[in-house]
Design a binder for this molecule. Structure first.
Ligand code: GLU
Length: 482
């Protein structure tokens, strides 16, 4: 039975990389009808950020990655928060077992001594020199009795090699003499991540460990720990690095890398989740638009790649646009109205505005630039009336607008279809091309060279009174400025 976990540290916002780890762990569990667990890794008290826990819960919930077990859902292997486990003395107990078996030892070295090891350049990587491994039982008992601060270190063999198998990166072997005697229990009594993750993954029955590849280099040490305890090693799935478009590691500074930032920028969570799934993984067929349900069916972790995945904002925008197009109208309006609302003219049919907006935006924040003219015609220069292809210019436009006023005054049917027929008939009667009528009308009511709809669509949304008012203002402008 597959069991995966997402094990975030509450250190701030949920970045795209964290979200991808959570998603892959979730998908591996769901794909294999397994269990997805949430564990909070808060043993690094210095990095703890107030409110970060809420962000984790909110993000998982919003993204639809619902866990089966976690601090708020007991599955029988809790507590699920490492500081709670620490208070039970759990890590200390397990570390002491290793001390007894000779696989770990107390270390009382001062910071000064440790710094001097780094300084002299003789020891590779400032490796710890196993000084305290050689303390006698009496010295240790004495130091402990005196309350001397200590850490517990893993006793890494000085010879031989350690290998481990990663599902993505294959078999990796390192020489043991390259490995430091890592700290298992810190002087504040808390375990290190390195120790706690192994103890917890084992005790909590995790079968597949999914995490970022920054942990790849430490995995041999984890294997030494599993071996020392006589525990089975889990399946390792280390996910590839995520970079920005310039192939730099994604950073907070790039601004777009937190899930909630993306939501604030007008992205929808389904599209973000879909896009994030593709950062290092691809489905067998090339259909990239996949709902979470479809991802659960298709996600095969052996298809995760090794090479860094590029976070491409343009592609995420495109994908978001695809999701927006597919939304049913009610869902679209629910998301769009908080932004769109202020631009919908009084009395206008919201659906007509939505018809113009929904197929054209990639993110909801594109809305203002697209339809701000509905609220007010922006400042424009009259050369906008000059258009070669439409065979028109300022003077002809002035003429057309002046002549079209009575036509538009003479009808109360401001539906797009009726107005369109009316203006075609008007053009025909005057011996004008359609564009010679539509272009000036559209410019007059929008002040823009590009609008999300033709002249008569805009008239329909603006309504009779506002449309006529705008055309009259345009006539005055042309008269004054030609
Ligand atoms: N607590 C670690 C982090 O947030 C998680 C690493 C893991 O998934 O094992 O980076």
């Amino acid at each position: 039975m597959i069991k995966t976990r997402f094990a975030p540290s509450p250190t701030g916002r949920m970045h795209v990389g964290n979200l991808r780890t959570a998603l892959y762990a979730y998908l591996i569990a769901r794909h294999g009808n397994g269990t997805f667990m949430l564990r909070i890794e808060d043993t690094d008290q210095e990095r703890f950020v107030e409110g970060a826990l809420d962000i984790i819960y909110r993000t998982l919930d919003h993204a639809g990655l619902h866990h089966d077990e976690g601090p708020d859902k007991d599955g029988g292997v809790g507590p699920y928060v490492q500081s709670d486990r620490c208070r039970m003395g759990l890590y200390q107990t397990y570390a002491e077992k290793l001390v007894e078996s000779g696989d770990a030892y107390y270390c009382f070295c001062t910071k000064e001594r440790l710094d001097s090891l780094k300084g002299d350049g003789e020891e590779e990587f400032g490796k710890y020199d196993k000084h305290c491994l050689h303390l006698s039982k009496e010295e240790i008992a004495d130091n402990l009795a005196k309350g001397m601060p200590y850490v517990i270190r893993l006793n890494v063999p000085t010879e031989g090699t350690t290998s481990f198998q990663d599902e993505i990166y294959g078999e990796i072997t390192v020489n043991n003499d390259e490995l430091d005697d890592m700290i298992l229990i810190k002087s504040d009594g808390f375990p290190t991540y390195n120790f706690a993750n192994v103890v917890d993954d084992h005790l909590m029955g995790i079968t597949h460990v999914v995490r970022g590849n920054e942990y790849l280099a430490s995995s041999p040490k984890y294997n030494l720990l599993y071996k020392a305890f006589g525990w089975d090693v889990p399946v390792y799935v280390h996910c590839p690095l995520i970079t920005d478009e310039n192939h730099h590691k994604l950073s907070k500074r790039s601004g777009h890398s937190s899930f909630e930032d993306l939501l604030d920028q007008g992205f929808i969570s389904e599209a973000i989740v879909n896009y994030v799934a593709l950062l290092g993984w691809s489905p067998e067929d090339n259909n990239e638009i996949l709902t979470l349900k479809e991802l659960e069916e298709k996600f095969d972790y052996t298809r995760i790649g090794k090479s860094p995945a590029v976070f491409d904002m343009g592609k995420l925008r495109w994908m978001n646009g695809e999701y927006i197009k597919k939304m049913d109208r009610a869902a679209f309006l629910e998301k769009a109205m908080p932004i769109m609302g202020e631009f919908v003219p009084a009395g206008a049919d919201v659906n007509k505005v939505a018809d113009m907006v929904q197929p054209r935006i990639e993110v909801f924040n594109d809305i203002p630039a697209l339809i701000d003219f509905l609220k007010e015609v922006p400042a424009y220069t009259i050369d906008m009336y000059r258009h070669k292809k439409m065979k028109t210019d300022e003077a002809l436009s002035l003429q057309v607008l002046t002549d079209v006023i009575p036509v538009l005054e003479g009808t109360d049917d401001y539906s797009n279809d009726a107005l369109y027929q009316l203006l075609l008939a008007f053009a025909n009667e005057k011996g004008l091309k359609n564009g010679q009528v539509m272009w000036p009308v559209r410019t007059a009511v929008s002040g823009k060279a590009q609008t999300p709809g033709g002249a008569t669509q805009l008239l329909e949304v603006l309504g009779k009174e506002e449309s006529l008012k705008r055309i009259r203002t345009a006539i005055e402008k042309l008269q004054a400025e030609i």
